[in-house]
Design a binder for this molecule. Structure first.
Ligand SMILES: C[S@@+](CC[C@H](N)C(=O)[O-])C[C@H]1O[C@@H](n2cnc3c(N)ncnc32)[C@H](O)[C@@H]1O
Length: 328
């Protein structure tokens, strides 16, 4: 009984943290609903009955939207779960939080542009591969515009990104000779159900993100990046071996390594990338590599990601690619 109470209390803290750190000032509806969960034993028990890796706030809230409208008013969320809980549960059991945020290319581009070109891009945890196309998008760094490298068949989205004075804003886009992704469950840009789920994962008030996601999907559909099914813990070397030797191999990941529960798995992955002789760009929440976060300047806000190149922290980045604070 005590164990159950502890589990529910932990889950309540997780949802309360999501409300106050991640959703606050970003999504009023998600902030409100996550707080309701944190304060309701009935809702906490519903979520706690799912496997631990299926209890994330993002997954629960997206499943609510996938099965109907977001509820308003006191008690409405409990009512929905009483009436519709089984459908919500099924979505949570069969889908994962694979949010593919192409805007994150805006925070990757400065580091990519400092490397010898052309590049061989290998993204682990690539979802639908939308972050494998940095050269095919446009950017606006506080008024400095960067165009796509080549002519595409679909109009390129423009990703705005605020920067500080230390950020090495590139002069031009990058040259990509080769690209490939690795994911446990690659999403297919041509599959309507996969793309509908990606759209549902964008938070409700984020209309600009949603329209840029749609534009990025069209860019990807005109020439889809290859995303191979596999586990970053074991399948990376075989895929890396297929990259052309004359290009600079870059292995990168954003919002992925937090899915590895064991710190040892993350450290082993880092050692594996170094063993490949690849450049390694990590763009992750600071808890992923606490020893790197320890050596970084204080974050401008608690939801920021830490970017590191070859194990050296270089910047704090907005979690949706909206800002980049390079270290002086
Ligand atoms: C939140 S999404 C991020 C997608 C993309 N990196 C982005 O920033 O838009 C995390 C992705 O990592 C993948 N993933 C999680 N664990 C993985 C593993 N062990 N090996 C390969 N992919 C993994 C998930 O399937 C999911 O598509």
């Amino acid at each position: 009984m005590k164990r159950l109470d502890d589990d529910l209390a932990k889950l309540a803290r997780r949802y309360a943290r999501f409300a106050s750190v991640e959703a606050r000032d970003s999504s009023p509806s998600y902030e409100r609903l996550a707080r309701q969960v944190a304060q309701s034993n009935e809702l906490l028990e519903f979520i706690a009955a799912l496997p631990p890796e299926r209890q994330q706030p993002n997954l629960f809230l997206a499943a609510l939207r996938a099965t109907g409208e977001l509820p308003h008013g006191n008690g409405a969320l409990e009512e929905i779960i009483r009436l519709n809980g089984e459908r919500v549960r099924q979505v949570m059991l069969t889908h994962a939080t694979q949010t593919n945020e192409p805007s994150r290319c805006a925070v990757l581009l400065p580091a990519l542009a400092t490397l010898p070109q052309p590049l061989a891009l290998l993204e682990v945890g690539a979802s639908a591969g939308l972050c494998l196309l940095p050269d095919r998008y446009a950017y606006d760094y506080d008024g400095i515009r960067i165009s796509p490298s080549g002519e595409g068949n679909a109009p390129a989205p423009v990703f705005p990104c605020t920067v500080n004075r230390h950020t090495p804003v590139p002069q031009r886009n990058i040259d990509v000779a080769w690209r490939a992704g690795l994911d446990l469950n690659p999403l297919d840009v041509h599959a309507a159900a996969d793309m509908s789920w990606l759209r549902t994962l964008v938070w409700p008030e984020h209309h600009d993100r949603a329209s840029r996601l749609n534009a990025a999907i069209e860019v990807a559909r005109s020439d889809p990046p290859r995303v191979v099914k596999g586990d970053l813990r074991g399948d990376l070397p075989a895929l890396a071996a297929t990259a052309p030797k004359e290009a600079t191999l870059v292995v990168y990941h954003t919002a992925v390594l937090g899915y590895l529960r064991e710190q040892a798995d993350r450290s082993n992955f880092a050692a594996m990338v170094r063993g490949l002789g690849a450049v390694w760009i990590s763009n992750e929440a600071p808890f992923v590599f606490p020893e790197l976060a320890k050596n970084a300047a204080a974050a401008p806000s608690p939801d920021m990601f830490l970017q590191a190149v070859d194990g050296v922290p270089v910047a704090w980045s907005g979690p949706h690619g909206q800002s980049l604070h390079w270290f002086g």
